[in-house]
Structures are given as C-alpha cells and as structure tokens.
Design a protein around this ligand. Structure first.
Ligand SMILES: Cc1cc2nc3c(=O)[nH]c(=O)nc-3n(C[C@H](O)[C@H](O)[C@H](O)COP(=O)(O)OP(=O)(O)OC[C@H]3O[C@@H](n4cnc5c(N)ncnc54)[C@H](O)[C@@H]3O)c2cc1C
Length: 284
C-alpha cells in the first residue's frame, strides 16, 4: 500500500497549474486526494508528479448570482454543507454532500475531484445530472463548457482531456423549488447502491410544470431518468403517477449484476428509491 515515487508541486494560480500539467504528460492534478491517493497506493495510478490545486483562489469560491450558482472545483464538501446561501437556493446539494462518506472525507474531498474522478456511484453525479449542471474546463486550447449530460463517458472516464483542468461547476437558476437527494448506501462501503436526485416545480393547481430525476450507483453509469420526468409533466402527483414514473425511470439504466447484487435487484432498488424521492417531494 505504498505508492510509486512521485514529485509534489503546489500551484498558486491557474496558469501555474496548467503549465505544470502541460510540462509532464504523466502528471496529475491533486485536489482532496481521497480518490487519487488510494488509487496510487493500489498502483492503479502512477503519476510522476502531483500538482496540488487546492490553494488556487479561483477554484475555491462559491458564487450565487440571479441566473446561476458557480462552485469552484476545489471547494470542499464541508464548505458546501455549511454554506447558508446554498442551503437556501440549492438544498439538494447540501443533502447530497452530507451523506458522502465520513467527516474526514467530507473535510478534504472536493466537488471538482468528485466530478473529474467520475465514480459511477458518486453521490454528486446524480445532483449534477438532475440539476443540469455545466462543467467549466480550461486547457491549452482554451475554455470549454460541457453539460453534465455529456460529461460522463464511462466509469472513471469523462470528456476532460489530460492537459485540461476542471475550473468549476455552474448550476442554472432558478432551480425547481422542490428538491431532494436520497441515498441507499452500500452497507460496507457507504457508496450509493442507489442514489436519486429529483427536482420538481408545480403550478398553482399542483400540476408538475418541470421535473428532473437522475440516478447514481445502481447502473453501470449515472443516468437521467427522462421517462420518469416525462411521465410527471402536467400531472398532479397521485400515488399512481409517482409509481408509474418510478417504474419508467428505473427502466432507463444499464444494469449489470455482481457477486453481491443482481442486475434485477439493482433496477428494483432504483425504482424504489425514485419512488421514495418523489414521495418526499410530494410531501414537501
Ligand atoms: C473512505 C472513502 C469513502 C468514500 N465514500 C464516498 C461516498 O459515499 N460517496 C461519494 O460520492 N464519494 C465517496 N468517496 C470519494 C470522495 O468523494 C472523493 O473525495 C472524490 O471522489 C474525489 O475528490 P477529491 O477531491 O478527493 O479528488 P482527488 O482524489 O484529489 O482527485 C480525483 C481525480 O480527479 C482529478 N482531479 C481533481 N481535481 C481536478 C480538477 N479540478 N480538474 C481536473 N482533474 C481533477 C485528479 O487528478 C484525480 O484523477 C469516498 C472516498 C473515501 C476515501
């Protein structure tokens, strides 16, 4: 459990980080280190150099504007959990980060590290997808903005190029007023066996005007449950509508079984968790 030898460098500006990254194809950015360091200890990653980006001011801010919320890539989970402004405008995010791992991981782990690592059971993946987040990326070829829908390519793979840095994540405003994140943790690892982020807006008659649902953990990749959202649109939230939406939504993932949980079990768990998340929003 000892990593291969590596160099360590702390970057104090975006330019310094990108220059260091460009100068060594085997270098890697270091944020909270809670995914990268375990991979290095297991020799699943062998970067020659780690570039610490956690002291770059632009990456460490939370900005709330009338049309968007911007969170820097190096903002830590505990900062999100403790930000009162975020609790007002995007309570979903706080709900999700509070159920990630333990206080130690939440103290060091970052929003950008979670996005860049792209674990298919990452709690935040469901939040990013359901809230239609956009990823701001900077590299030698300039800036790119990537919608959450186009970010996750495969387990642990994103559209990020090796010489690019994730700068931050933007969430459009206004977000639907009813929001929740609900997680069924794996009993051993605590990662999501199924995690559901759901956002709903209702009109004055109580009909669904906007709906968005996303699932993490259950399938081989986090996914937006579009069919669930479509079933909810224009409807009042009766038990039957919620049940049907949950069934349709859970049908959209690609499930594979493993030695502990069959594909069928995972799909059924996704259905149950979508239903519970929506029921929570009905009562909100
Ligand atoms: C015991 C334990 C339990 C955990 N439980 C959970 C859980 O329940 N739910 C959950 O969602 N997660 C869980 N995690 C993972 C945790 O959330 C990690 O913190 C997260 O996956 C990675 O964030 P980090 O800041 O630690 O990134 P790091 O480990 O520093 O980096 C991860 C990867 O992202 C790259 N990277 C980091 N920042 C950037 C950037 N700005 N631009 C480009 N690339 C970047 C790195 O080079 C590396 O490849 C757990 C981790 C541990 C150790």
């Amino acid at each position: 459990m000892i990593p291969a030898a590596f160099q360590y460098e702390r970057a104090f500006s975006v330019e310094e980080a990108l220059t260091a990254l460009a100068s060594d194809p085997d270098a890697k950015l270091l944020s909270g280190g809670h995914s990268l360091l375990p991979m290095m200890k297991l020799r699943l990653a062998r970067p020659t150099k780690l570039i610490d980006i956690t002291r770059i001011p632009e990456l460490c801010t939370i900005t709330i504007e009338s049309d968007r919320i911007s969170i820097g890539a190096a903002v830590r989970y505990h900062q999100v959990a403790g930000d009162r402004r975020l609790a007002d405008v995007m309570p979903l995010l706080g709900e999700a980060v509070r159920v990630i791992a333990d206080p130690q991981v939440r103290h060091r782990g970052t929003i950008g590290g979670s996005a860049a690592h792209a674990d298919p059971a990452s709690d935040l993946a469901a939040v990013f997808l359901a809230s239609e987040a956009e990823f701001r990326v900077l590299g030698p070829r300039g800036e790119r903005r990537i919608p959450a829908d186009g970010w996750y390519v495969a387990p642990l793979v994103t559209t990020l190029e090796p010489d690019e840095m994730l700068m931050g994540i933007d969430f459009p405003r206004p977000l639907s007023s009813r929001q929740t994140y609900l997680k069924f943790p794996h009993p051993a690892s605590g990662y999501a066996l199924a995690g559901v982020a759901a956002l709903l807006s209702l009109d004055a008659e109580g009909r669904v005007r906007k709906a968005s649902v996303a699932v993490t953990g259950a399938a081989s990749m986090p996914f937006r449950a579009e069919a669930a959202a479509d079933r909810l649109l224009g409807q009042t939230l009766t038990k039957d509508v919620v049940r049907e939406a949950s069934e349709l939504g859970s049908g959209e993932g690609e499930y594979t079984g493993d030695v502990q949980y069959s594909a069928l079990y995972r799909q059924n768990l996704a259905r149950v968790m979508i239903q519970r998340a929506l029921e929570r929003l009905v009562q909100a």
